[in-house]
Write a protein that binds this ligand. Structure first.
Ligand SMILES: [Fe+2]
Ligand SMILES: [Fe+2]
Length: 192
């Protein structure tokens, strides 16, 4: 019995850490979007806004599970240091890579018990969505490095964000349902 409680509290601690990470990423990407707009990287700004919305969905999903497990979501939002859009994209990519390669795999491995299934699911959904952000940030970095304002990073454009798991894509026509959580495509949010 005490082992069960110990496992649950480790999972809750991880959920709180993930909630804090997602909440801060959401806040940070909003600032990065404003900077990208100011520098004329309008497509990068669209991407930051789409990713910000996805991180907000992740935070809300984590908060729901924290509540189910008998605790309350809370966190501190740190001050954001805004640099050039190229540097901001690199920082965003590093954050996504940490979540995809280290944080979420560790949290998923910890949440192995039957009683923390919802935690495993919210971690997995977020990790899969962060992979889409990492890919898109990587692509944007290459284009901004080449100063290619005639490519997609130079123009405001739509991104499609799954309203359930935050999966983010620029090509929704490739699938009828979310490949991560199976939500129908017509429930995706269009973020520009
Ligand atoms: Fe992300
Ligand atoms: Fe989804």
């Amino acid at each position: 019995m005490s082992e069960l409680i110990a496992e649950k509290s480790a999972t809750i601690a991880n959920l709180l850490a993930a909630y804090e990470g997602e909440s801060n990423a959401h806040a940070k990407y909003d600032f990065f979007a404003a900077k990208a707009d100011a520098e004329g990287w309008l497509g990068a700004a669209s991407l930051f806004r789409a990713a910000a919305r996805a991180e907000q969905l992740h935070a809300a999903n984590h908060a729901r599970v924290i509540k189910q497990l008998g605790s309350e979501a809370h966190c501190e939002i740190r001050a954001v240091e805004v640099k050039s859009t190229l540097e901001n994209l690199k920082e965003a990519l590093a954050g996504e890579q940490y979540e995809v390669e280290t944080m979420y795999p560790d949290f998923i491995a910890e949440a192995s018990g039957i009683d923390v299934g919802p935690a495993r699911r919210t971690f997995t959904w977020a990790m899969e969505a962060e992979k889409t952000h990492a890919r898109l940030f990587q692509e944007a970095i290459g284009l901004v490095e080449l100063r290619l304002k005639t490519s997609w990073v130079g123009f405001a454009r739509p991104f499609y964000v799954c309203a359930a798991c935050g999966y983010t894509t620029e090509t929704p026509e490739e699938q009828a349902r979310c490949p991560v959580c199976n939500l129908a495509l017509d429930k995706f949010e269009v973020i520009r």
